[in-house]
Write a protein that binds this ligand. Structure first.
Ligand SMILES: [Zn+2]
Length: 63
């Protein structure tokens, strides 16, 4: 399964595993980004392919 293009404009929820802060990003940004810096604690969240899949499928991360 690939990251579907029709989710590009959807709001995805990324949760920082460190401080649990929720951040909203567009699907297209999630797909192109390699990492995301938490707005709360500055933690660098690595956006692996499997992590992105979880975001796209569930609209929430694995952990
Ligand atoms: Zn954080």
């Amino acid at each position: 399964m690939i990251l579907s293009r029709d989710r590009d404009d959807d709001d995805m929820i990324v949760q920082c595993p460190n401080c649990k802060r929720m951040m909203i990003r567009k699907g297209r940004l999630i797909k192109s980004a390699k990492s995301l810096t938490c707005e709360g604690c500055g933690n660098e969240i690595r956006l692996t392919y499997s992590y992105k899949m979880a975001i796209f499928e569930n609209r929430r991360p694995l952990s």
